[in-house]
Design a protein around this ligand. Structure first.
Ligand code: ADP
Length: 488
């Protein structure tokens, strides 16, 4: 099969969060299974160019219709971890992708609407006729709409579209002008069955367009697929998902064990496996040395996260003082595009600067993240909601026990040491229900107690987590089935 991924992120070159890991990991899995896979991305100025191999221009004359103009683009090609990637560079005066950050501008809907049009225009001009176009999140939601509206009539009759929803909180709700910009007729599309937002009838909902016009829609875990259909976590798209329920399902994300594996990880101090688990503690020491933490007989609790309200920033703050007061060390690696949250965490960092049991690293740091997963005893994920969550799966692979809120993909992957309806050898962490201090404390308290009082049981939990197979093997098979199904 020939699959083209159109996405706003791909790890490790353009990564904000899990979406990037998914695009890279799923593409790689599809390739290993013998499919031809290509990825189309914007060419951002802030990408990790050091992680692209053999980047060169392959298409110098792409003119993309936009509003009543044509914007000139160059297309570059390069390999990312062996994956074939095309990068669209726009030369418009609007400087769409040279902004120093990936998201967070007022004209984000325009930037990515343009990207959708440019990706299809490139495929048309480059004569690409994939079996499947796989789009990700609202940023690419206009691809199936544009394909249906114009590109099938221009000869792209072949591709079928799979659309994956990574986070319903961000839907690309914007003015109807966006339709005109990309050449769609607002009179036709501004209806309830099509792209009109379910609440704000004057607005276009790009993610809704993606749902309506794709051949199949997935989200990133089975539990989240139910939550977004039946609760407020659908952020207004519940009804649309119900209407299109026949072509919608949850597929749990996988992890690329090529990138996340303590047996081969180049970024950790000492490699280890279940059989050499004691070597994990050499990483704990290395982490302590690197972050100026004292050597002591204490569990190390870690957070690796975007600092966003979704991730429970308030609870994380509380967890720091709770952990320090209850005999733990604490390490946080996180950053936020929201200056207020960043400022708060910088203040907290300054107030804890002299504490030999705590280090807050307010940044995005891919390599340090690996050492934290390897060196920590527990990872805390107190999310308000979590579509899938990769950090708990990464942590488990590294023998780090997850302490998480019972929501979304966390529910699908973490099974409580005390309360899970599963045999002991399948239990791998701690869950809490209530999104408040008491809820979180109840789980942290149990985890810390187990570490101190029953180290052998705690070690069993670590090993149980390491034994789980959260690779792309199973989800890769699910996606192939979906592709086969919509191709027929
Ligand atoms: P989300 O996509 O909502 O941010 P996920 O758990 O799905 O959350 O994916 C998060 C990914 O981003 C993981 O690979 C995690 O290691 C990485 N990550 C998050 N914050 C940081 C950071 N500050 N530095 C390095 N990596 C980070």
């Amino acid at each position: 099969m020939y699959v083209v991924m159109i996405a706003p992120e791909c790890a490790p070159v353009a990564k904000v969060g899990g979406l990037a890991d998914v695009v890279q990991g799923l593409s790689r899995e599809l390739m290993i299974r013998g499919n031809a896979v290509e990825v189309i991305l914007p060419k951002y100025d802030c990408m990790r160019y050091d992680r692209i191999w053999d980047l060169h221009k392959v298409f110098g004359d792409l003119w993309v219709p936009y509003h009543d103009m044509h914007f000139h683009c160059d297309v570059y090609f390069g390999f990312v971890e062996g994956l074939k990637c095309f990068f669209i560079e726009s030369h418009s005066f609007t400087n769409f992708f040279n902004r120093g950050i990936y998201y967070g501008h007022n004209d984000d809907p325009e930037r990515f609407a343009f990207f959708c049009r440019a990706a299809l225009e490139f495929m048309l001009k480059a004569n690409k006729h994939p079996d499947i176009i796989h789009c990700h999140d609202w940023q690419t939601g206009l691809v199936p709409v544009l394909l249906y509206d114009m590109y099938t009539h221009l000869g792209m009759t072949h591709p079928r579209v799979c659309y994956t929803l990574h986070n319903l909180k961000h839907q690309g709700v914007t003015g109807e002008y966006i339709l005109r910009q990309v050449g769609l007729n607002p009179a036709h599309y501004m209806t309830q069955e099509r792209l009109q937002d379910n609440f704000n009838h004057g607005a276009v909902n790009i993610m809704k367009g993606g749902i309506v016009y794709s051949n199949f829609v997935t989200t990133v875990s089975p539990h989240y697929s139910e939550e977004i259909k039946h609760t407020d976590l659908g952020y207004g798209l519940q009804h649309t998902l119900h209407e299109h329920g026949g072509k919608f399902g949850g597929v749990l994300n996988g992890l690329d064990y090529n990138a996340w594996n303590p047996e081969t990880d180049p970024y950790i101090a000492h490699r280890y496996s279940i059989n050499t688990l004691d070597d994990k503690y050499k990483n704990k020491e290395a982490l302590r040395q690197r972050l100026w933490l004292r050597h002591d007989y204490k569990p190390l609790v870690a957070v690796v996260s975007r600092l966003d309200h979704q991730k429970g920033v308030e609870l994380i703050r509380h967890a720091i003082s709770y952990s320090l007061a209850n005999g733990c060390q604490f390490v946080l690696l996180g950053s936020s595009p929201d200056p207020r949250i960043n400022h708060e965490y910088w203040q907290l960092k300054h107030s804890l600067n002299d504490n030999p049991d705590c280090h807050l690293e307010i940044s995005y740091h891919e390599e340090l993240a690996h050492l934290i997963y390897a060196g920590a005893d527990m990872i805390l994920i107190p999310s308000a909601f979590e579509p899938c969550g990769l950090t708990q799966m990464i942590a488990m692979k590294y023998g780090t026990v997850p302490v998480v809120r019972n929501t979304g993909g966390l529910t699908d992957t973490v099974f409580d040491a005390n309360y899970a309806h599963r045999p002991y050898h399948e239990r791998n962490g701690y869950l809490f229900n209530d999104f408040n201090y008491q809820g979180m404390e109840s789980a942290l308290h149990r985890a810390i107690g187990m570490w101190y009082s029953h180290p052998q049981h705690f070690r069993e939990l670590m090993i149980n987590g390491m034994r789980y197979d959260y690779s792309w093997n199973h989800p890769g098979g699910h996606y192939i089935n979906i592709y086969d199904y919509i191709k027929e």
